[in-house]
Design a protein around this ligand. Structure first.
Ligand code: AMP
Length: 498
């Protein structure tokens, strides 16, 4: 019998334990593994009836729901390529994605049907609301499709990268890219069917869609499925959960809540953080408040997960741990690989690394070497014990008066100042220096002054690294994954020195 490489593996637990609960939802009925996969195959039948052919894209911009998870699984079962889009994208942005990806099926929220319909061309348009209703639900019958044959190398998904520079690019991910990474993580983080995972991440992004969902499905773990991150819901779920997959903002928001205590977290075995840097301060405060050390890992849309702090062994704050089993990682300088302790561009290679950018062979060739190494664009360093740290994005590197300045070094210093909540250091055009260092600081309270920050940076940093301007802001601009939007800051302060 031919196999559907990813779907068969994700469905394997459901096949033997269909009655086990897959998802618990606030104020709604629990749903079993069997029902979830049966629904997925009904969705596959509806997609095939709508004309989907193997390899066709299914572009989806909908709120998070279990039905949206079933749509992901149903697309894979039908032999299609799942293409989730951030719900924040405007109609103009959607137009670009649809024309770039030329999907044969588009699924949107019913409230946007009128705007989206003119953009879909010959594609079939379905609607799916947050409560699961819409024309997709109407199209489902009791007929459940048999999974279409798909090999390890066939595409399962295209995820558009956030596009911090230029247009977003579609990262092509194969069945094996997703499968191999989830299996590695399940094993590395020791997920079993005893686990109950708090799933509060969006599912248009690699973290919530693949890391959290695929691991739970593979392991046969139950998920507390939350439509959005809400500290109240997470706190309610914690006594009956074993793990939380989060971005750093989850942890900082939860730390603000007095209900976070060792007792609340006593059933938990694992707190995972990724997608953006976790401050050392957050790591330490979390341990003081709960007795748990957060496990930080590093990945990206194009590569799935690359590194992780150890499950057993020391989880080092401020680092992203070691390359995962089967993943190679190296630090590159202008003349080749750099020795331990030097900062360079991180490159990774392994079964996790994507197949290239959709319809952009030149971009792919620039970033994915012929021998399989992917140039991540992240700057990193490996210490003497093998722990990897991310120093920032290559494009965030500041070159001032000919000197390289790594924002992370200055941010770490400023974050340590009493009264500072967090900071972002950027380079802005400067008439004399090319770029001038600017520190944007979020004070914790009113007692912090510009002088405090200036004094510490003047004391501790070489002259060329010292911020030429320090600005206070009530908060840093962030996207839904908790990533600080340095591009927005650079744009806002583009004319500071000119
Ligand atoms: P995305 O493709 O949206 O998942 O973004 C990937 C980028 O997020 C990476 O290239 C890193 O710059 C950043 N990132 C992910 N995890 C971490 C982490 N643990 N620490 C620092 N940066 C991270």
């Amino acid at each position: 019998m031919s196999e559907n490489y990813l779907f068969d593996r994700l469905a394997a637990f459901a096949d033997v334990s269909p009655h086990k609960t897959f998802a618990l939802r606030p104020d709604m009925d629990a749903q079993s593994f069997g029902q979830t996969f049966h629904n997925a195959r009904r969705v596959a039948a509806a997609l095939l009836a709508a004309g989907l052919q193997a390899g066709d894209r299914v572009a989806v911009q909908v709120d998070k729901s279990l039905e949206a998870v079933e749509l992901y699984l149903g697309t894979v079962a039908a032999g299609g390529v799942f293409l989730p889009l951030n719900t924040a994208y405007t109609t103009a942005e959607l137009e670009y994605f649809l024309s770039d990806a030329s999907p044969s099926v588009v699924v949107c929220d019913p409230s946007r049907e009128g705007e989206v319909a003119p953009l879909v061309g010959a594609a079939h348009l379905f609607t799916l609301a947050a409560d699961g209703t819409g024309t997709l639900a109407n199209a489902l019958t009791e007929v459940a499709a048999e999974p279409a044959p798909r090999t390890a190398d066939d595409l399962a998904a295209i995820l558009y990268t956030s596009g911090t520079t230029g247009r977003s690019k579609g990262a092509m991910l194969s069945h094996d890219n997703l499968c191999s990474n989830s299996a590695t993580l399940q094993d590395y983080w020791q997920f079993t069917e005893q686990d109950v995972v708090i799933h509060a991440l969006p599912i248009f992004h690699t973290h919530g869609l693949f890391v959290a969902t695929n691991i739970a499905l593979l392991a046969g773990a139950t998920v507390h499925f939350h439509a959005k991150f809400s500290p109240d819901l997470v706190i309610d779920a914690m006594p009956t959960a074993t793990s939380l997959m989060g971005v750093p903002t989850f942890y900082t928001r939860l730390l603000d809540d007095a209900r976070l205590t060792p007792d609340l977290a006593k059933n938990m075995r694992l707190f995972i953080s990724g997608s953006a840097p976790l401050l050392v301060d957050t790591h330490e405060k979390w341990e003081q408040r709960t007795g748990h050390r957060i496990l930080e890992r590093y990945g990206m849309t194009e590569t799935n997960m690359n590194t992780s702090n150890p499950y057993d062994g020391e989880r080092r704050a401020g680092t992203v741990g070691f390359p995962l089993p089967g993943v190679e990682l190296r630090v590159m300088g202008a003349d080749g690989e750099l020795p331990l302790g030097e900062i360079g561009v991180l490159e990774v290679r392994g079964p996790n690394v994507f197949k290239g950018y959709w319809q952009l062979p030149e971009k792919t060739a620039e970033e994915l070497r012929l021998d399989g190494w992917f140039i991540t664009g992240d700057l990193g360093i490996i210490d003497e014990r093998g722990y990897v740290s991310i120093v920032g994005r290559g494009k965030d590197l500041i070159i001032t008066g000919g000197f390289n300045v790594y924002p992370k070094e200055i941010e770490a210093l400023i974050d340590d100042i009493e009264g500072v909540l967090e900071s972002a250091v950027i380079g802005v055009a400067h008439p004399d220096f090319g770029e001038g260092v600017v520190a944007v600081v979020v004070p914790e309270n009113d007692s912090l002054t510009l002088e405090d920050v200036k004094r510490v940076t003047a004391e501790k940093l070489a002259k060329f690294k010292q911020p030429k301007q320090i600005l206070f802001l009530p908060e840093l601009p962030r996207n839904t994954m908790g990533k600080v939007q340095k591009k927005a800051l650079r744009e806002a302060y583009a004319n500071l020195f000119t």
